[in-house]
Design a protein around this ligand. Structure first.
Ligand SMILES: *Cc1c(COP(=O)(O)O)cnc(C)c1O
Length: 375
């Protein structure tokens, strides 16, 4: 079992049935792969609790890795990084609320700007404090989620440059389909390059960034000198061709709680969608959709890994438990460790069977699942 000490001391609960082992060494090696493939500086994207890996622990693990920024979704995540004692610059990937901006200025976090109104407010707040806030110009080259559209840019940048307490130190855009549409993505890179040229050239912006993981791995970076990888740091490549370069960071684990033999003709789990056709040894495992394992994989042929073997899940996933066919694995016993996904069962396989994406699987692992870290 992983160390349960702190949790058991604080909480009068039984040991967790499911836990996630997080390999910080693999995280750092994946960061090195990103750095090597990109050749420029990195913004490590740690939004949504570092994709379910634990925001504070991941930020602390990467704090000494000379990352230019941590990319977060909102000020709550930014606070958590600072409260963890990590001083790396923080970039807010999405739009901010008006009420949040005073804190952003006071704490010198870096927003991306999508409207003149928000820029004006940042400028006023910075003036009131007698500081100059560094901001990035957000450009919408096809994502449709934020930023200025290209035709208005020269005029908007000129307006921003007249705001004395703002410093437009960067320009960024986002790729909606770098893992699905190469042709469109190549056009985005070309457009981003042309935009920067028209706004005064590369030297105008200290930071020029466009790529997520798929953009970083699959494309020539042109004039960009900063990249924003997320998923690949956590060991999964959005472009399957690069998967072997990356190491598994999260292994979702559980244990066998029971092993029984059911007779032929016996249903397994809700809805009795699976019925045994022969005497079947069934292991019950202590993880379910209440832990974030997708119920949608029920009946799709997903496997788990026990004692060096792939073994199939039977019937529907329940909230706290699932059943596994261990008929051909006579040695499986109560208490055995089960890999739900990890280095033997790729998380991408589970995402595909659940008809979703790995990002959603990772961020869907619920708080009940204890995260255990190994350096
Ligand atoms: C989430 C996000 C990223 C990271 O994307 P991955 O595909 O996980 O690498 C990069 N940039 C922005 C703006 C994002 O929102």
């Amino acid at each position: 079992m992983p160390s349960l000490g702190a949790v058991n001391e604080i909480l009068p609960v039984s040991p967790p049935r499911a836990w996630a082992e997080i390999d910080l060494g693999a995280l750092k090696r994946n960061l090195a792969v990103a750095r090597e493939a990109f050749g420029g500086e990195l913004m490590a994207v740690v939004k949504a609790g570092a994709y379910g890996h634990g925001l504070e622990e991941i930020a602390k693990a990467l704090a000494s890795e000379e990352i230019a920024f941590f990319g977060v979704a909102n000020v709550g995540e930014a606070r958590r990084i600072r409260n963890a004692g990590v001083g790396t610059r923080i970039y807010l990937l999405g739009a901010t609320w008006s009420e949040e901006r005073e804190e952003i200025v006071a704490r010198d976090w870096t927003p991306c700007i999508s409207s003149i109104e928000e820029a004006e407010q940042f400028n006023r707040l910075a003036a009131a404090r007698g500081v100059r806030l560094k901001v990035h110009l957000a450009v919408d080259t096809g994502m449709g989620r934020g930023g200025f559209v290209a035709e208005h840019l020269p005029e908007k940048l000129a307006q921003l440059e007249r705001m004395e307490n703002l410093e437009v130190e960067g320009i960024g855009s986002h790729l909606p389909s770098a893992d699905e549409d190469e042709e469109f993505t190549l056009r985005q890179f070309a457009q981003f390059h042309a935009i920067i040229r028209d706004l005064g050239g590369e030297s105008r912006f200290r930071w020029r960034h466009l790529s997520n993981s798929a953009g970083l791995l699959g494309f020539d970076q042109g004039c960009c000198n900063l990249s924003r990888p997320g998923l690949m740091l956590y060991g999964v490549s959005p472009l399957p061709g690069f998967q072997e370069k990356l190491g598994t960071v999260m292994s979702l684990k559980s244990r066998v709680t029971l092993v029984r033999t059911l007779p032929a003709g016996h249903g397994v789990s809700y809805g009795r969608q699976f019925v045994t056709t022969q005497p079947t040894r069934v292991a019950t495992v202590g993880i379910g959709y209440g832990d974030g394992y997708p119920r949608h994989v029920s009946g799709k042929g997903a496997d788990v890994w026990i004692r060096g073997r792939r073994l199939p899940i039977l019937g529907r996933i329940t909230m706290d438990q699932m059943m596994v066919d261990v008929t051909g694995a006579g040695d499986v016993a109560e208490g055995d460790e089960v890999e739900i996904f990890g280095s033997n069962i790729p998380v991408a396989e589970i995402a595909e069977k659940a008809e979703t994406i790995v990002w959603e699987i990772f961020t869907g692992i619920t708080p009940r699942v204890m995260r255990c870290y190994k350096a």
